[in-house]
Design a protein around this ligand. Sequence first.
Ligand SMILES: [Zn+2]
Length: 335
Amino acid sequence: MYGPGDVRVEEREAPRIVEPTDAILRVSAACVCGSDLWPYRGVEQMQWPAPMGHEYAGIVEEVGADVQTVKPGQFVVGSFWATDNTCEICRAGYQSACVDRVPMGALGAQAELLRVPLADGTLVPTPDIPSEDLVRSLLSASDVLGTGWFGAVAAEAGPGKTVAVVGDGAVGLLAVLAAKQLGAERIIAMSRHESRQRLAREYGATDIVEQRADAGVEAIKELTDGLGAHSVVEAVGTQESMNQAIRATRPGGHVGFVGVAHGVSLDGMDLFWSLAHVHGGPAPVRRFLPELIDLIWNRQINPGKVFDLELPLDQAADGYRAMDERDAIKALLRP
Ligand SMILES: [Zn+2]
């Protein structure tokens, strides 16, 4: 990305092993993230030009001398942070705050080849080379599925719970899928787009709320005897969506927020009186990857359906444009 709205595909030097713990992947599929739209829209400043992309699945080409568990020829999925998976924070399940973490976005996964630092801790191999129809779902595990899943876990979605999801992008839709898998009794998806509502229902939403802001909060209260939801996933990252999430949560309930917060400030007094648990941040996707790969491999979930646009890598700019204009939920890029 050369600046807001300016995405170009060009030849860069092929990545090579730098550290003995690195691996080089041949990327089978990459994609555009909702968070890539923040710099695209000029909301987030970067050092231009910046390599883009932090979601990836592919085949290991080469590994450094110290890599033990990952082998050339394996198909692997990794998260948007490279992590050692051995430090105290990783072992507690918060790999996205690993003391050795490296942001994959800085290396640029929207590419044919990708260097992955800390390969043993970062990459999870699939049982075999996946059939073509599984690749998109495996790719989703790299970020959007893992992030939606973390949102649902942070919101303590589970049996007997009513879960509301704020945001109908790929993460929000997959938070619906996660809530269903985690056994939620009732799942309220907030969306005013017909095609997204349809996918939300397919993923397990039992109710749809089209209203936003105060009216959206009221609608959720009406569906929950005036109490609010037990669990609310916030998957947008704006002031409005955050307020909506906290106010739609019942006292004692849980908010899981996974939208990257931009210009959000919370009023201490509102938070005080909400009696809500509020937990979120960059998802520790690595914690969930083995389980998510297993569910995908056994065809118990089909998260790859959030990719409603597929383009060759050299048309990446069209993928950004389509997502920016909300013509596409999520664009998959084929190197
Ligand atoms: Zn770590």
